[in-house]
Design a protein around this ligand. Structure first.
Ligand SMILES: Nc1nc2c(ncn2[C@@H]2O[C@H](COP(=O)(O)OP(=O)(O)OP(=O)(O)O)[C@@H](O)[C@H]2O)c(=O)[nH]1
Ligand SMILES: [Mg+2]
Length: 420
């Protein structure tokens, strides 16, 4: 049972709000990932103040607003760079699509990106990646480019190069900065640099040394063209788990406003245990906020809040979690194919597929009831809604943990194939 929710139920029964307010922020910071959580500093201050004042309606409405803002957040990402540098491949990778998937951005060895094209994320339609025309064309003018592509709409810019960054890239970065937006330099195709270097110098080849050389070369080059302290992320679009992609993910998350972080975290690929844990942090935070909101509501007189969390809602919840972690039916089929294993065998190894055996676990209801009774007995009244709130909390947490375990299990299996 989450310590703060228990303390909340007890504190609210005894009107001990000062103590709750004191514990709120330290507890919140233990829940979120190092990339931050979904509450903005203003919301955190607002909830803290409402707790201090014992104003539970305000606690409830601020949490509700923050959850809605996160669920409805729109994210538009601009991907810019010269032709052939890997813009479309990068977009496809972030959309979780292979190059040959039907809706994938065109990937080719001729100049295929001629005008700005939006690509919606297949699972998160409010997330749009913009494939922007090559900066290497003779028509490019840094002064007018941003206006032409409508810069104000983008949350951040990814400037891509597969060799050194050009003067145009640097000029553009300066303009993006002047417009008060964030940009990140991404150097693609480091896999082929390493491959070429290893072939050319098989005896003296050192992977880390080559990566450092690429980094130094890009940094020096950008500094020469006037960019101060450029941040460069080396990646391979063919293997996002390698090189600097995890660092890029974390940096982007950290620098997004709180309400946009949640959705972006959910769409990131499951490339490592760390990325699965990162996603888990965001979902755990949401489960916790919803439980806290419901717990607050159970102390507000005449407030009926409960929308119901019966089997259909529970089934949907499990389905959503499976989808966030790439364990939806279609993804499992694709994984089985990649592993060259019978689908039934792979399914047999996963616990998250058997909804009914998970919900048969009645210990959750017993835990919720006894936790709520222990803390709510003082005043009477709110027990039944507090029990409901805790039931939801326990059930969601159970689903999340099972799905995360399964996602890690499949990742392990995929790693053995990739190594082989
Ligand atoms: N080895 C390697 N090849 C890559 C990588 N990213 C892209 N490619 C290849 O580079 C070529 C060009 O990639 P695209 O994604 O089409 O590049 P683009 O920037 O969209 O090109 P335009 O649409 O012409 O502007 C394709 O053959 C890709 O398969 C990478 O990280 N590593
Ligand atoms: Mg393209």
């Amino acid at each position: 049972m989450d310590q703060f929710i228990s303390a909340f139920l007890r504190g609210a029964s005894e009107n001990n709000f000062q103590q709750l307010a004191k514990e709120f922020l330290p507890h919140y910071s233990t829940l979120i990932s190092k990339a931050g959580g979904m509450l903005s500093p203003e919301t955190l201050t607002g909830i803290h103040k409402a707790l201090q004042e014992g104003n539970l309606s305000d606690v409830m409405s601020q949490i509700q607003e923050a959850i809605s803002a996160a669920e409805n957040a729109v994210l538009e990402v601009a991907v810019i760079g010269q032709s052939g540098t890997g813009k479309s491949s990068f977009i496809n990778a972030l959309r979780g699509l292979g190059h040959e998937a039907e809706e994938s951005a065109d990937v080719g060895t001729v100049e295929t990106t001629m005008c700005k094209t939006p690509y919606q994320h297949p699972k998160y339609p409010k997330v749009i990646f913009w494939d922007l025309p090559g900066t290497g064309t003779p028509n490019f003018h840094a002064d007018t480019y941003l206006d032409k592509v409508g810069f104000a709409n983008y949350d951040f810019f990814i400037i891509i190069s597969s060799s050194r960054f050009s003067l145009n890239d640097a000029l553009l970065a300066q303009k993006i900065k002047d417009a008060g937006k964030k940009f990140y330099f991404v150097r693609t195709k480091v896999d082929s640099d390493l491959y070429n270097e290893q072939n050319a110098k098989p005896i003296t080849f050192q992977k880390q040394k080559v990566l450092q050389q690429i980094r130094d070369y890009c940094v020096t080059n950008l500094i020469k063209t006037g960019v101060t302290e450029p941040r460069i992320f080396l990646i391979s679009n063919f293997d996002l788990g390698m090189f600097d992609f995890p660092k890029l993910e974390e940096t982007l998350l950290k620098e997004l406003p709180g309400h946009k972080r949640h959705m972006f975290a959910l769409l990131l690929p499951n490339i490592s245990d760390a990325s699965i844990e990162l996603k888990k942090h965001f979902l755990r935070e949401k489960i916790w906020l919803e439980a806290l909101k419901s717990a607050a509501v159970s102390f507000i007189p005449f407030m009926t809040f409960f929308k119901g969390f019966d089997f259909p809602e529970q089934e949907q919840c499990l389905k959503d979690y499976r989808s966030y972690f790439g364990l939806d039916d279609q993804s499992i089929e694709e994984i089985a194919e990649k592993l060259g294993a019978p689908l039934a065998d792979i399914k047999g190894e996963l616990k998250c597929l058997d909804f009914w055996s998970l919900v048969k676990d009645n210990s959750i209801i017993a835990q919720a009831t006894s936790a709520a009774e222990a803390f709510c007995a003082v005043k009477g009244g709110p027990e039944s809604s507090a029990i409901q709130a805790l039931k939801v909390y326990y059930r969601r947490t159970q689903f999340l943990n099972i799905v995360v375990d399964d996602a890690k299990h499949l990742l392990r299996k995929m790693e053995t194939v990739n190594v082989a």
